[in-house]
Design a protein around this ligand. Structure first.
Ligand code: ADP
Ligand code: ARG
Ligand code: MG
Length: 396
């Protein structure tokens, strides 16, 4: 990947809280908030929302050194984090090349989010060999034998812009390529199934009722046009064109098309056996790789994704666990969130990101880091972390 003539990481890097000079560059967007000086807004956000990583690491000296066309590109990348000061990341790449072209900017966010020490180079190892460790939660407690498990990887085709920069024709063209691949996958006895589209007029189009049922079953993604982060980034643009989902007959291998990344490829099973879950995903991913256009991958960043949180293995492996005591019946996630953080895990509500916990204390736990850790390290972090949180619940 090509590099721009920008200062290397660390050079002229702004300290959190440091004053940021004013700048005349305006981002072209329909969003009114961006008509103000975005650089002054970043300075304000840095004070008011110190957890917004984009604002925390934005380096004015680096920005000023960029040519105007590169400045405009970077402003589009950070638009969501400016319009949504409560962002935790606050940036989305528009093209795979952005990570290399704006490495001094992205690398600071990546080190911070993925917990990679500043003096450790960013690099992505891959390892799918599940035979190294038995990670069956049922072995910890038979009560964990019916937890719901999900593991997904983000993948993007190298030949298309990332979703934030796609137009409607490109979204539909990518979906059509994916549907061709699914037609072949459907003939594979291990992964046979059907493609369900929500693109108006698609030959695979499903009804609104079926879409709602699939969302409620945690299989299909929610209406993206309600997501303020994705809206500003352009990722939910042209909704619902170019969107759909492949689902295997046994309902445990699924592929999302046209959500935050071109593809989210996942395995979902009940039963606590993480080894089996990961093997299922790896087998399906390997078959799909042979049927689809080449994915955007990098030795440094691993799988390229829209959001820097999803680089690397591109993997979020999660468990839906009932922890009613430590969550006070789902009403207070603070204790569990703090404990999980110490174990490298993030806690979400049972309806996915930005949702609340169920009344029965059902939460979604998953390892936060996806870059700099292999697939197997993620599996083991989830297993070890879940064992510790379960011990907390039992002791509560
Ligand atoms: P991601 O960003 O990893 O794709 P989200 O938080 O957006 O995940 O959630 C997507 C959907 O997946 C939601 O419906 C959520 O409830 C569901 N989900 C996540 N983990 C599990 C799990 N372990 N079991 C069942 N459903 C899950
Ligand atoms: N852009 C949002 C933020 O910065 C989401 C970040 C992580 N989640 C995601 N789905 N990419 O808070
Ligand atoms: Mg999501």
């Amino acid at each position: 990947m090509q590099r721009c003539n920008a200062p290397s990481r660390g050079e002229g890097r702004a300290r959190p809280g440091a004053a940021v000079p004013r700048c005349r560059v305006m981002i072209r967007t329909k969003d009114k908030t961006m008509k103000q000086d975005p650089i002054a807004q970043i300075a304000q956000i840095r004070q008011s929302h110190p957890n917004n990583l984009m604002a925390r690491h934005f380096d004015m000296a680096y920005f000023r050194a960029l040519e105007p066309a590169l400045q405009q590109r970077l402003l589009k990348i950070i638009a969501s984090g400016i319009a949504n000061p409560d962002s935790s990341m606050g940036a989305y790449a528009m093209d795979a090349q952005d990570y290399a072209d704006f490495a001094p900017f992205f690398d600071a966010l990546i080190h911070d989010f993925h917990g990679i020490p500043d003096d450790t180079p960013i690099a992505q190892p891959h390892d799918w060999n599940t035979t190294q460790a038995a990670c069956d939660l049922g072995g910890i407690d038979p009560a964990l034998k019916d937890v719901s498990m999900r593991v997904r990887v983000a993948r993007n085709a190298a030949s298309f812009p990332l979703p934030g920069a796609m137009n409607r024709d490109q979204r539909v063209a990518f979906e059509s390529l994916a549907a061709d691949a699914f037609a072949k996958l459907a003939e594979n006895p291990a992964f046979g199934g059907e493609y369900l589209s929500i693109t108006p007029g698609s030959p695979h189009e499903i009804s609104a009722d079926e879409y709602d049922r699939r969302v409620a079953a945690h299989q299909m993604f929610k209406d993206m046009s309600n997501d303020r982060f994705l809206n500003v980034a352009g990722i939910s643009g042209d909704w619902p064109y170019g969107r759909g989902m492949y689902v295997s007959e046994d309902q445990d291998f699924l592929v999302w098309v046209g959500e935050e990344d071109h593809l989210r490829i996942m395995a979902m099973q009940k039963g606590g056996n993480l080894n089996a879950l990961f093997d299922r995903l790896h087998a399906g991913l390997t078959v799909l790789e042979g049927l689809l256009p080449e994915f955007a991958m990098s030795g440094k960043y691993g799988a390229i994704a829209s959001c820097p949180t999803n680089l690397g293995a591109g993997m979020r492996a999660s468990l839906h666990m009932k922890l009613p005591k430590v969550t006070q019946g789902g009403t207070d996630l603070s204790a569990i969130t703090d404990a999980a953080k110490g174990l490298g895990l993030a806690v979400r509500g049972a309806g996915g990101e930005h949702s609340d916990a169920g009344a029965d204390g059902l939460v979604d736990i998953s390892p936060s880091a996806r870059l700099g850790v292999s697939e197997m390290q993620i599996m083991r972090r989830l297993y070890d972390g879940a064992a510790k949180l379960w011990a907390m619940e039992k002791a509560a």
